[in-house]
Design a protein around this ligand. Sequence first.
Ligand SMILES: *Cc1c(COP(=O)(O)O)cnc(C)c1O
Length: 412
Amino acid sequence: MNNKGFTTRLIHADRIINQPQFGAVHQATNNSVLFEYKRAQELVDVFQGKQAGHVYSRSSSSSTVALQNILTHLEGGIGAITFATGMAAITATMLSLFKAGDHLILSRFLFGNTRSLTETMQSLGITISFVDVTNVENVKQAKQTNTRAVFLETIANPVTQVPDMAAIGQWCQQNNILFMVDTTMTPPNLFDPKSVLISLTISSLTKYIAGHGNVLGGAVVDTGLFDWSKFENILPLYRCGDSQIWGLTQIRKRGLRDMGGTMSPESAHAISVGLETLVLRTQRTCDNAVKLANYLQNHKQVAAVYYPGLSQHPQHQRAKQLFSGFGGILSLDLVTGIDPIAFLDKLALVICATHLGDTRTLALPVASTIYYECSVEQRQQMGVGDNMIRMSIGIEDFDDLVADFEQAFAAF
Ligand SMILES: *Cc1c(COP(=O)(O)O)cnc(C)c1O
């Protein structure tokens, strides 16, 4: 399989990797919560990890494992764990790997709910430095003796900053620091996490991976590049067998089994079906986004456009090296005098909604929605202005998107 193209491998992955019964081309959805063992000793062996198998579907089921196998294959990792949502994946990973007294270096430009989660983490005694990750020097300066990890997003939302991932990855490896990256904005056909030495990818499958706005999911994938035997926070209980899997074992036991943010079998199936068209959808999205960014940038009623595919974007060259497409997040500042809320009401095709990575083009006013809990100062630090609109570009016919903007602008 590995010599085949990305989409070929993707659409045949379930059939070949998971080998469903009866010649089915999809792994069946299995709703059983419990699993019977004819011999009690077998149940004991599965509980103790001496034999593979499922015991209770909060921890694992054939449906979620099938999706985990596909995700592992696509990222070229050593294993994956799925969760009910992207936030469940992030929370479970943070709370199972870090403890009071640890220090983390996080991007200053984080998804709003992740930023909010960091307040809970700090209340539990984890200290955090928020830095501008577009420059590796800021990361280096934030290091303390108890720094355990760096966490950032491949393309930040809504201002689309692209971190200096190659340099940060190298620095993390030299310093034996865990490099964790939220790759939601750049699914594996656009970005190879191993190329910048990422240890763990965390992502929301709800967005580009599932793609159709009809299912929630999250995942953590271990790329196999981190030496877990040197990670102090692995509990003695999980320090047995091959050290490569210690990290995922601890996340699976503490983060999934104990915290319980399990993905449902139906969701696993819906996500794997949505995933089949990932390349077609993201290519069309990236094409539309580049064209729309150029159109908007030349528009008199637009003060600024934020999109890594524009040559004026501060990290355009870096984005070109890191990704094989610039993604679907495109933000803009309207000129003063045009109220973003009034403008959004004029758009007829573009949907006013919070979400991203959908087949449909979506837009929302940023300051008054996803960042309304932040102070003015925090918004300034993240580069979020009052006139900003964030869009997630879909796969509509391009001419129809432009026509929608034309008629909306004409109203002002
Ligand atoms: C949406 C999103 C999440 C959270 O994912 P859910 O599946 O909605 O819980 C995390 N990170 C980023 C970058 C996101 O866009």
